[in-house]
Design a protein around this ligand. Structure first.
Ligand code: CA
Length: 225
């Protein structure tokens, strides 16, 4: 096995699934630490500082959603992928705006899990801003993954954050949907253009009157210079 691509903490109480995840993730070059209980899982995440976390939703002692909530409350924005057996749990995850980076529904292909983790890590590595930047009344601090608008903290999902960071990396520059897709989502599929529009709409809703985002009709998006 070559050099490790970083440690992933998996919190999963179904042994067979945990074993599969461990197998595929280690074959892909990641270090893997598995916990089967929510509280010890959270303790391991805090102790080991993994590059990404895979959370089952239904867990003993503390469910996956609560683990993620406590991470975010402690300003830990490590990428999280949820694994869930139920569609209604996905609605709950998204509705709570926990900053979940992705989710998979059981049964899922372990290969798909590896692919999703690679995409998320590529995205996080791509955040180009070392010092806080501002556009209008919005300040974005990439190192701490924090956004403030007129002094109020704005809770963004990881994707919303990365999208805003990309736009704010070059104020005044118009980014096409294709550029945003390839840099934020790691995909060059033009059919996903709607995805960009939906996330821009969510960003605008959260930033409200402070939103610095401009639409260039038929071209793409920019932020104020
Ligand atoms: Ca479970």
């Amino acid at each position: 096995m070559g050099e490790s691509k970083g440690l992933i903490v998996v919190v999963e109480d179904e042994r067979a699934i945990a074993d599969l995840q461990r197998l595929y993730l280690s074959e892909a070059g990641f270090g893997v630490h598995v916990e089967s209980d929510g509280l010890t899982g959270l303790a391991s995440i805090r102790r080991l500082h993994p590059v990404a976390v895979v959370l089952d939703v239904g867990l003993p002692s503390l469910d996956g959603i609560e683990i993620c909530r406590r991470m975010r409350a402690a300003d830990d924005w490590t990428p999280v992928i949820f694994v869930t057996a139920r569609d209604d749990e996905i609605d709950r995850i998204l509705g709570l705006e926990l900053g979940a980076d992705d989710y998979l529904t059981k049964p899922f292909s372990p290969r798909e899990l590896v692919a999703r983790i690679r995409t998320i890590l590529r995205r996080h590595a791509g955040t180009p801003l070392a010092t806080p930047v501002t556009a209008g009344s919005v300040t974005l601090d990439a190192a701490r993954r924090r956004v403030e608008a007129s002094g109020r903290l704005i809770e963004l999902t990881s994707t919303e954050f990365d999208l805003l960071a990309k736009l704010m990396s070059s104020p005044g520059q118009v980014f096409t949907r294709e550029q945003l897709l390839s840099s934020v989502w790691g995909q060059a599929d033009y059919g996903l253009g709607r995805t960009v529009d939906v996330h821009i709409a969510q960003l605008r809703a959260k930033l409200g009157a402070d939103s610095p985002i401009r639409t260039s009709r038929g071209v793409g998006y920019s932020v104020l210079e």
